[in-house]
Design a protein around this ligand. Structure first.
Ligand code: PHE
Ligand code: ZN
Length: 890
């Protein structure tokens, strides 16, 4: 296929340090909606190692260059040259010099939302990964660390707040009017050297909510959260989450905040979730704003996690940054790991682990098993924006978790301390990170490091046999890893498998000694260190026959197979002392059942096997001793995408949908009496609290409701209508609406209308309304989505709206996106092409939803291919979209 776009590949092996350092720079922004002038005065020093007078080559894109001055004198255009990506000075001075570059940019025309742009009349920036080059010419790469002095100038009207990184040094009025209006300025100094991707500035008319935090060493930090006027009443939860994050990082990691001010700005146009700019985090307002009648429990949990994530970056990302973008997981994997641990401490650890595992399997496994598979640390890329992936983030976090499992808690914590001690203020690599753990623990992580370089989800097969005579249990293990793009064969990895033994009566069974491989023992539990392709571990002193409960807490991101029978797994589901593995057992059995249902001509028939599973599920769901959030997780039966992934080839989404719906209906019918009782017993008393207890109860109750709505006698529909009308919070109101909409009940229509009327001025709630309609499995969904494209509340210019409607349709509506007639693909492809020119990053993200097209049955594959080829041959096409589409088709 012809490739029209610049598709040059950047490789890890080609990394070279820059010949010059830029230890400090002073920037002045004269803010204007269409003509912002940026003066950038850089202090530049040749590095000693640089050798003979190398050229200075700075990055810059989409800039209008006004002037270049060297040590205060204007340079003539013969002394430098400029192309569409660089400014080059072939012969810079041999001694340190000052280079002052003045550029003009147009924030209003910036629809890519990279660099300086406008959102609701506010100026804001997004510089990760390569946005700074859209503001000025610079070494726009993470290994160039500089101290920033930033002066912002803007009209007072419309811009009362002028913000940047670090501390506010000075501010005041400008003496002369400009364009007839009064201007003012603010001068910021950030004492911490940082790479350009962490630069930020914001100017606009926003509301400020203030609080403060006293650090463990007694310093007072001012906390400011900026939101649009009128949204002040939605900030308290984010502020509280911020203070809890700051405390937690001190208590658990010994990391204190390092400036006098910490600012968060919430904006409504943002390509991602949030950004960790030093001292000035910028957030998608979806992850800041919450109050009980507009945000759901899920929103609250996400806000807590993302506020924590960005805050934790202050140490893991900002104080220690990445040498180059190949090392992205150095900051992201570690910071996701840290935010997951934080949420576990704030809520239920077991439930958090279940949620994260579910996410990993539904988002990362398909990536790792398809055409976009890449190692946690990729070795090449053409567009770095496309590597902010589930693999880098979520699998990256799993690697940190495995390091902790391998080293043990104390050595892990010593290793991290050593990492901070050695690399504070530096741009580091994965090698540096692993070396710190090796040096702190004395353990060899060289085989483990393959997890960073080998893509694909390893398979682990375990055969367990009990020898009564010798009282030994043997675990014969075999590992393999499927081929991925560019990696046909793989080496054996170091895989830590946490396990325990469960006896016939459900009790834990101990073992004394082990042979055949490396096993750590912790009481009744152990960790198998699998290192060979094939290996047998023998557990001695096992007094009675026992079943192994393997991969507890999902101790490694692998697919596990074993010779345990369905009855064995059922036994574990009922008795495992590890609650994660009880959930895991339920998932295994459910998936097997749902696959079987999808293959049956008449899935309605309930056989003995189904009944046994339904009864066993009932025992857990109705067990009042168990955590409600945990019971809700058991009741959240595997999604259609989960089932498709397990089937793995020749997938028919309609059959999966039909099989799953029939099974859920049987479940509802068989357990209806108890489900009804449970539903009523979970009624909320007292005010709404978004905490673990409250959200667990609502999750369980709403999952029960979602089953009751399927009952043919319509009693569930009535319950949902009542719940919708009497709900005192968004979680319950939205859940009732979702159940009715997704089950195609006529009762949904008037409620959707009244919901819209009630919330039409609230963009974040309207996003929920859009997503809900875009995820209906009914065949009229396509027409609904098409008509919503023209709805006054919808706009392709806003990434949240686009994701809410088109993203939800493509990602969470397996049977309608994958319609047999190909119209789902066509709709999404049309949008991608339309969006590509405005916002390539968001367009490329939408395109990711095509990545599993090859697992579908032939007819759908052909339809998907048609659309992919249509996208691939479109001209012009952004590098972002070209990269993804070419890899998908490859
Ligand atoms: N670095 C951000 C985070 O993980 C994500 C991000 C990437 C935001 C690129 C914007 C652009 O917290
Ligand atoms: Zn991050």
């Amino acid at each position: 296929m012809m490739m029209r776009t610049d598709y040059s590949i950047i490789r890890l092996e080609d990394y070279r340090p820059t010949p010059y350092a830029i230890p400090r720079l002073a920037m002045t922004f004269e803010l204007h909606p269409e003509k912002t002038c940026v003066r950038n005065e850089m202090h530049i020093e040749p590095k000693e190692s640089a050798g003979e007078k190398p050229a200075l080559i700075l990055n810059g894109e989409g800039l209008k260059l006004l002037s270049v001055e060297l040590n205060g004198s204007l340079l003539l255009s013969d002394d430098y040259h400029v192309d569409d990506k660089h400014l080059t000075i072939p012969h810079p001075p041999e001694q340190a010099f000052t280079l002052t570059i003045t550029t003009e940019i147009n924030p209003t025309a910036n629809t890519r939302l990279e660099g300086l742009y406008r959102t609701s009349n506010t100026y804001c920036t997004q510089c990760e990964a390569e946005g700074f080059r859209r503001i000025t010419y610079f070494y726009d790469r993470p290994d160039c660390l500089s101290v920033y002095d930033v002066r912002l100038e803007a009209p007072v009207t419309g811009n009362p707040h002028l913000l940047s990184n670090g501390n506010l040094i000075d501010s005041g009025a400008l003496t002369e009017k400009r364009d007839g209006s009064d201007w003012h300025f603010a001068q910021w100094h950030d004492p911490h050297p940082k790479p350009a991707y962490l630069f930020a500035c914001v100017a606009g008319d926003l509301a400020r909510i203030e609080d403060s935090f006293t650090t463990s060493s007694g310093r007072e930090v001012n906390l400011h959260i900026y939101v649009e006027h009128g949204k002040e009443d939605r900030v308290s939860y984010a502020m509280d989450a911020l203070k809890r994050s700051m405390r937690w990082d001190e208590e658990v990691y010994g990391r204190e905040y390092d400036l006098d001010l910490f600012q968060i700005v919430a904006v409504s146009d943002f390509n991602m979730g949030a950004m960790e700019n030093k001292g000035l985090n910028i957030f998608n307002d979806k992850y800041v704003l919450a109050k009980p009648d507009t945000a759901t429990d899920t929103d609250y949990a996400l806000i807590e996690a993302i506020i924590a994530h960005e805050y934790f970056h202050n140490w893991t990302g900002n104080r220690i940054t990445c040498r180059d973008w190949f090392q992205l997981c150095l900051k992201e994997g570690l910071t996701v790991f840290r935010d997951q641990e934080f949420s576990s401490d704030m809520r239920s650890r077991a439930v958090k682990r279940i949620e994260d595992t579910r996410q990993l399997r539904s988002r990362q496994f398909p990536e790792d098993g398809g055409p976009l598979a890449h190692p946690v640390r990729p070795e090449s890329y053409s567009e770095i924006n496309n590597f902010y992936t589930a693999t880098v983030y979520e699998k990256g976090a799993e690697l940190c978790r495995m390091i902790k499992a391998i080293l043990g808690r104390d050595a892990f914590s010593n290793g991290l301390d050593l990492y901070f001690e050695r690399h504070d203020g530096e741009a580091a690599t994965i090698e540096d990170f692993l070396k710190a753990f090796e040096d702190a623990s004395g353990k060899d992580l060289s085989q483990f490091s393959l997890w960073y370089s080998q893509a694909g989800t390893p398979d682990v097969a375990v055969t367990s046999t009990y020898n009564a005579k010798h009282k030994e249990l043997t675990l014969a293990v075999e590992q393999s890893c499927p081929a991925t793009p560019g990696q046909p064969t793989k080496r054996a990895m170091h895989i830590p498998v946490r396990f325990g033994l469960i006896g016939k009566n459900g009790q834990e069974v101990s073992f004394t000694n082990t042979r055949g491989g490396d096993i750590d023992l912790h009481g009744m539990e152990g960790i198998l260190h699998i290192r060979e392709r094939k290996q047998s571990f023998v557990l001695e002193g096992v007094e009675s026959p026992a079943l192994p409960s393997l991969l507890r807490g999902f101790s490694a991101p692998v697919r596990l197979r074993s010779n345990l029978t369905d009855d064995d797994i059922l036994h574990l589901m009922q008795h495992d002392s590890d609650s994660f593995n009880r959930w895991e057992a339920s998932q295994y059995l459910l998936i097997r059942t749902l696959i079987r249902k999808s293959e049956q001509d008449n899935p309605i028939e309930v056989n003995q096997r189904d009944m046994t599973l339904i009864e066993a599920l009932g025992k857990v769901i109705f067990d009042p001793q168990l955590d409600m959030a945990f019971r809700a997780e058991i009741l959240a039966i595997p999604s259609e995408t989960d089932i498709a992934r397990e089937i793995g080839r020749n997938v028919d989404p309609d059959a999966i949908h039909h099989g799953r719906e029939t099974f859920r209906q049987s479940l509802a019918e068989r357990l209806q009496t108890q489900l009804r009782k449970l539903y009523h017993s979970l009624q909320q008393h007292g005010p709404y609290q978004p905490d673990a207890e409250g959200s667990g109860r609502r999750a369980l109750r709403n999952r029960v409701l979602d089953l009751l709505v399927m009952l043919p006698d319509k009693s569930g529909i009535e319950l949902a209508q009542i719940q919708f009308n009497t709900a005192t919070n968004m979680t319950d109101r939205f859940a009732a609406l979702a159940s009715l909409t997704h089950h195609g009940k006529d009762a949904a229509k008037p409620l959707l209308t009244s919901f819209y009327e009630q919330f039409k001025d609230d963009a974040l709630v309207i996003d929920k309304w859009l997503s809900l309609q875009a995820t209906s499995p009914k065949s009229d969904c396509l027409a609904t989505v098409q008509s919503l494209l023209d709805h006054p509340s919808f706009s392709l210019n806003n990434p949240n709206r686009t994701r809410a409607l088109i993203g939800a349709f493509a990602m969470s509506n397996a049977c309608q996106f994958n319609r047999a007639d190909g119209k789902g693909y066509r709709l999404v492809a049309d949008i991608i092409l339309e969006l590509d020119d405005k916002n390539p990053q968001t367009a490329a993200r939408l395109l990711n939803n095509f990545r599993s097209w090859r697992v579908l049955e032939e007819g759908r594959q052909a339809k998907a291919r048609t659309e992919l080829e249509r996208i691939a041959t479109a001209n012009p096409l952004s590098k972002d979209v070209a990269d993804i589409v070419n890899r998908c088709l490859h």
